[in-house]
Design a protein around this ligand. Structure first.
Ligand SMILES: NC(=O)C1=CN([C@@H]2O[C@H](COP(=O)(O)OP(=O)(O)OC[C@H]3O[C@@H](n4cnc5c(N)ncnc54)[C@H](OP(=O)(O)O)[C@@H]3O)[C@@H](O)[C@H]2O)C=CC1
Ligand SMILES: Nc1nc(O)c(N)c(N[C@@H]2O[C@H](COP(=O)(O)O)[C@@H](O)[C@H]2O)n1
Length: 218
């Protein structure tokens, strides 16, 4: 029987005070060794997913480069279909399968613009992207595992809806601060600690000054 959702791993590099980027959007928290670990993980999943702001601010490739292995499908949550033609993801989407997920809020002109790019377009949700519906659609496409690489708003959506299975945090030896810096989890947050998903620490790995924490959702 087809599962209703792929296995979802949330992954991020955070400062000790739980930030994933500074107020200016600097998110280079990881190390070379951690990069190799991350790319090994990328090579094992079917897809990598990020939110629109991460594409805008980091302009990531989301490929496997620091080890040998296949590139996963790249998925971007972008309700209004506003992703830039000049982003590295769009510029390389002829070679690397890429999905842009929009909602019904997208304008006709943005949809027409998007259709000119060599990407697959998935429509899921009325205003914002409906994550549950999206995961169902990904399951139908035989995507069995998804690595969610942020940012904080995207992480919150998965956490709020209990739609993740595992969390891998690289704790990096930095202190960032700043109320407008981006936290691992953005959004409204839970009102009570008892509302938080319960996590079991599965393993830890020290990579010089970085600590990789691997939790599973109970
Ligand atoms: N250190 C690390 O490991 C990482 C750090 N980062 C950092 O995170 C920052 C970006 O994070 P953040 O600003 O929170 O934004 P995100 O990257 O999470 O993108 C959020 C946007 O995605 C779109 N979106 C569409 N549907 C959804 C949905 N269902 N749930 C969530 N988002 C949806 C929304 O835009 P719209 O309404 O237009 O669709 C939303 O505003 C950057 O500074 C980046 O550097 C990012 C990844 C990893
Ligand atoms: N350690 C770690 N874990 C994650 O899950 C991450 N996403 C990051 N860094 C982010 O990776 C993106 C860059 O990808 P490319 O190197 O361009 O392929 C970028 O968004 C970083 O914030 N680190």
């Amino acid at each position: 029987m087809e599962k209703s959702k792929p296995y979802v791993i949330l992954s991020a590099a955070t400062s000790i005070d739980g930030k994933i980027a500074t107020v200016t959007g600097d998110s280079k928290l990881s190390s070379k060794l951690d990069g190799i670990r991350l790319h090994k993980l990328r090579s094992k999943v079917d897809a990598i997913l990020v939110g629109k702001n991460t594409v805008l601010l980091d302009d990531p490739m989301l490929t496997v480069r620091h080890t040998k292995g296949k590139n996963p499908i790249r998925i971007v949550l972008d309700s209004k279909g506003s992703i830039s033609k000049n982003s590295k993801i769009i510029q390389t989407s002829k070679k690397i399968p890429t999905i842009v997920v929009v909602s019904n809020k997208i304008t006709k002109s943005n949809l027409e613009r998007l259709k000119k790019f060599p990407v697959e377009i998935i429509i899921a949700g009325k205003n914002s992207v409906d994550i549950k519906l999206l995961l169902k659609k990904l399951s139908y496409k035989k995507i069995k595992s998804v690595l969610v690489e942020g940012g904080g708003t995207t992480n919150w959506e998965f956490i709020k809806n209990g739609l993740f299975d595992e969390l891998i945090i690289t704790l990096s030896p930095f202190l960032i601060g700043g109320k407008d810096a981006v936290s691992l989890v953005e959004g409204d947050g839970f009102k009570k600690i008892t509302n938080s998903p319960i996590l079991r620490l599965k393993s830890t790995m020290r990579l010089k000054n970085h600590l990789v924490l691997n939790y599973v959702k109970v």
